[in-house]
Write a protein of this length. Structure first.
Length: 362
């Protein structure tokens, strides 16, 4: 890890590396970040981020709960009107039933993530580290610091700073003895976890990106996060790193093709003799329609349908599979009997209507 001075300018320091270095070195105290429009403080306890505070209005816990529809403005005003001296606003909201302890804890954790994420995207300001015991009013929220640093770095969109830290896509990283422990604490999805497992000290970032479903920038941020957490280190030689950073991506450049001579133009071919031969490229004549015997242009022939195979050479089609023999044999008999019974009933009906009886003439 790099040695960082206790105070300095944010413009000369990569803030994610500063925050991750204090976590790896088990720092205990406060990290104060002063920006042109706000001041933010991150509290460390034995290397873990215990809490964070900010005087910016979007970073306040009440405003975060209102944006997430966990709390209304009327409830907030009523809780502030009944706030006792020395009591916290969160405790008052819980006592009045506007929030549950779980909702207040989740809101405080989201507040820390918002504050740390805004520090990662800052480019101006100053920082100061103060190793001291935490104040008694600071409560540890039980955050997973490794996952917090990883998520805030993945959400940061400063491509220039990330590329400056990793060098180029031709850089080579190798794992450290802490890789398995860090990946176990991060609990990443399968595809992202596989990026860390592919670090072997030989494959470049471009090779790893080609073997995964993520783009180059995402792969670079994942490996940079592992580097900040002490799970990977840059193993690119100095000469190759310089060449790779200078070269970057290879862009193919097509060679120019000489233009073909236009139709009707004269092309001169020089000869060793004094005589010169001039070749004139004639313009091709358009193809005319075929003339019918009467002299009128005939219509274009329709496309010929595809030829069918001969019935002798065609493969005979197999007959469909018949039903069982029992049902096939009984069905004709049933139909004959039904026809016979219908004919008899019809004959007797006609005789009754005519008034004739069998064996007697009318």
């Amino acid at each position: 890890m790099r040695d960082l001075p206790p105070q300095g300018s944010i413009g000369d320091t990569f803030v994610p590396r500063l925050v991750a270095t204090l976590h790896v070195e088990e720092f205990e105290g406060t990290l104060r970040l002063t920006f042109p429009d706000a001041t933010k403080v991150i509290y460390y306890k034995r290397g873990e981020i215990a809490s964070a505070a900010s005087n910016a209005e979007p970073d306040r816990l009440a405003n975060i709960l209102i944006r997430e529809a966990r709390l209304s403005i009327e409830q907030l005003d009523l809780a502030r009107s009944r706030l006792q001296p020395g009591a916290s606003l969160g405790k008052t909201l819980i006592e009045m039933g506007f929030l549950t302890p779980s909702e207040l804890l989740q809101g405080a954790r989201r507040q820390v993530r918002i504050i740390v994420g805004s520090c990662f995207s800052a480019s101006e300001g100053a920082y100061e580290m103060a190793p001291e015991p935490l104040p008694p009013e600071v409560t540890s929220l039980g955050l997973n610091t490794k996952r917090l640093v990883f998520d805030c770095l993945m959400e940061a969109g400063d491509r220039t700073a990330v590329i400056r830290e990793i060098g180029s896509m031709e850089s080579v990283y190798r794992p450290t003895e802490r890789l398995a422990a860090v990946l176990g604490a991060l609990r990443l999805d399968f595809e992202t976890d596989r990026i860390g497992r592919m670090l072997d000290g030989r494959a470049t970032l471009r090779d790893i990106s080609g073997s995964t479903a993520h783009d180059d920038f995402t792969v670079g941020k994942v490996i940079l996060a592992l580097d900040l957490l002490g799970a990977a280190e840059n193993a690119t030689p100095a000469a190759e790193a310089f060449v790779g950073a200078d070269r970057g991506r290879t862009i193919p450049i097509g060679s120019e093709v000489p233009e073909a001579p236009q139709a009707g133009s004269a092309v001169e071919i020089p000869e060793t003799d004094d005589d010169a031969v001039t070749i004139i490229d004639e313009v091709p004549r358009p193809r005319l329609h075929r003339r019918s015997p009467r002299g009128f242009p005939s219509r274009p022939r329709p496309p010929r349908p595809p030829s069918r195979p001969c019935h002798r050479t065609a493969r005979p089609r197999r007959s469909p599979r018949r039903s069982p023999r029992r049902s096939c044999r009984r069905s004709p008999g049933r139909s004959r009997r039904s026809r016979r019974s219908r004919s008899r009933s019809g004959r007797s009906t006609r005789r009754r209507e005519s008034g004739c009886t069998p064996g007697r003439s009318r």
